[in-house]
Ligand binder design. Structure first.
Ligand code: C2E
Ligand code: CA
Ligand code: CA
Length: 455
């Protein structure tokens, strides 16, 4: 045995040096190794700067696996990823690991976008195959960002930053995306950062509004409730669609703040409607992965004073699928106190039928894509008919979304669809206009002597 006082032999010096360049877990080179390699290639090509490509690979969904199965399983996956990357990259290329679930690949013979994308696709496919964890298999996907030298940066730091910008865009677009850096993409990212800042400010200033769109009983066009839809009109940016800013708030991690401000406003407005009308509110998928969601919703309702039995939450299949256990718990907690759950955009997701059995929903909203074709396309009509029959059998209520024409409404009525929503019945309008609408509507209803009691 060696005592602490022994001088380190020369080979240890080398080993120390090597360690400084190596990722101890996977045995791959680390960030310093990458930096040196990039500088070396750049120097070699100094006279005739031929392009080469730097790529970053980031695993999608790694963190939940780490949390769920433990860090040992996480380490095992990282080693398998390292192995696969080494095995699939072209000759002369280098793989390094930066930190966490992020790897870099240096590709001396990839000169332009198309080849980078093709290689990215191959890497993505290789990483998507199941990972063997002894008694179980798990699946992951990967997002990639590429930067081509020297256009995306003549210095290592700049090139790396460009590859990270490209990766960031891939991540933002969802799982398994591949992006090659360009000036346009840098612009796009800059715009979305501006949008993010403006949205954060709007939330703080309480400037994001809620509009309401009537949901009616098709039989007599009587209103049974309203769906709350977020509206944001920025003084500089103009009207920004919720289909843009809701996902942005999700990605940047402040959907909670946005959603609770919206729910508060929507619930306050609903207080002044007739009691039998419900408020339907959209929950984003990120909220169904957050175990604090049920508590936060109920505390908003109680602060405003709205009966939970008047609230419906619209959720999508993608949301329940990504984090099934948490979603199930949130749904159960909310249903226990009388909140109802509607499955939104039905028919657009995957494995719809199984979901209906596994989860406890109260209502299904058939996506607009079906309704808009219902009078012109026989196949669509049959699909809608089948959805309605299935929901009847399962004891679920049905709402048809996106009814724009009287003919759509008549067809749906003939098919036995109980409820509908769409421009034909009313566009989304603000809280004051909703009040006005209700006064008009209720007066007409009174004259025709119809009851608006919801069963
Ligand atoms: P969604 O939940 O499917 O909402 C229905 C969308 O269809 C709304 O678009 C509505 O204005 C539009 N629409 C309603 N009837 C018709 C029709 O007859 N024809 C056509 N062409 N469109 C119709 P909007 O308000 O732009 O919202 C887009 C999406 O943004 C919503 O889709 C929802 O996913 C999301 N969203 C809106 N507000 C919120 C919110 O407060 N929270 C969350 N998490 N998401 C929201
Ligand atoms: Ca909705
Ligand atoms: Ca919808």
């Amino acid at each position: 045995m060696k005592s602490a006082g022994d001088p380190l032999p020369d080979v240890s010096q080398n080993e120390l040096q090597a360690m400084a360049y190596r990722d101890p877990l996977t045995g791959l080179g680390n960030r310093y190794r990458l930096r040196d390699k990039v500088r070396l290639i750049a120097a070699e090509r100094a006279d005739d700067p031929a392009p080469f490509t730097l790529g970053i690979v980031n695993l999608d969904g790694f963190k939940p696996i780490n949390d769920l199965f433990g860090s040992e399983a996480g380490d095992e996956i990282l080693c398998q990823v390292a192995f696969r990357l080494k095995a699939c990259i072209p000759d002369g290329a280098t793989v390094t690991r930066h930190e966490g679930d992020e790897f870099a690949i240096l590709l001396p013979l990839v000169f332009e976008k198309l080849s980078a994308e093709r290689l990215g696709q191959m890497i993505k496919d290789v990483l998507s195959a199941p990972y063997d964890l002894g008694d179980r298999h798990v699946r992951l996907s990967a997002s990639l960002g590429f930067a081509v030298y020297p256009f995306a940066g003549a210095e290592f730091e700049e090139l790396l930053k460009s590859a990270e910008t490209a990766l960031y865009r891939s991540k933002r677009r969802g799982r398994g995306q591949i992006t090659v850096y360009s000036r346009e993409i840098a612009q796009e990212m800059k715009r979305s950062t501006q949008l993010e800042q403006a949205l954060r400010n709007a939330i703080i200033a309480d400037a994001v509004e809620v509009y309401f769109q009537p949901i009616v009983r098709i039989r007599d066009a009587s209103v049974v409730g309203f769906e709350a839809l977020a509206r944001w009109n920025d003084p500089d940016l103009g009207f920004v669609s919720p289909a843009v800013f809701v996902p942005l708030a999700e990605e940047r991690g402040f959907i909670d703040a946005l959603s609770h401000a919206l729910l508060r406003k929507a619930a306050e407005a609903a207080l002044s409607w007739p009691r039998e009308l419900f408020l339907s509110f959209n929950l984003s998928s990120a909220q169904l992965m957050d175990s604090g969601t049920a508590g936060a919703i109920l505390s908003t309702l109680s602060r405003v004073g709205l009966d939970p039995a008047r609230l419906e939450l619209e959720i999508t299949e993608t949301a329940v699928m990504t984090s099934a256990d948490t979603a199930e718990r949130i749904i159960a907690d909310l249903r226990r106190v009388g909140v109802r759950i509607a499955l939104d955009d039905f028919g657009t997701g995957q494995s719809s039928l199984g979901r209906l059995r596994d989860f406890t929903f109260d209502k299904v909203k058939i996506d607009r894509a079906f309704i808009s074709r219902i009078t012109v396309d026989r196949a669509t009509e049959h699909i809608v008919r089948a959805i309605i029959a299935m929901c009847d059998g399962l004891g679920l209520e049905v709402v048809a979304e996106g009814i724009e024409e009287q003919a759509d409404a008549e067809k749906l009525r003939a098919l036995g669809c109980a409820m509908g929503q769409g421009y034909y019945y009313g566009r989304p309008i603000d809280a004051a206009a909703t009040q006005h609408y209700l006064q008009q509507h209720l007066r007409i209803g009174d004259r025709s002597g119809e009851s608006r009691e919801t069963a």
